[in-house]
Design a protein around this ligand. Sequence first.
Ligand SMILES: [Zn+2]
Length: 71
Amino acid sequence: MLILNIQMFAVPFRKVSKTRKRTRHAHNQISAPAMVKCTNCGEMIKPHMVCPHCGTYKKEQIIEVKSKASE
Ligand SMILES: [Zn+2]
């Protein structure tokens, strides 16, 4: 039976080549969030979420949204 007894240590930054570091960091980018159009008001919103602009979900009023003009 193979027993792995591997310990991970911190590596001095001079021992890691620029290419190796940049290759590792190539996966660190963040992607843009998925956005869909609200079926009620047409604003771009997160999918499966109540629209923060009009307060509807599947054309059903879920929450009351305070308009900025009334404040
Ligand atoms: Zn909406």
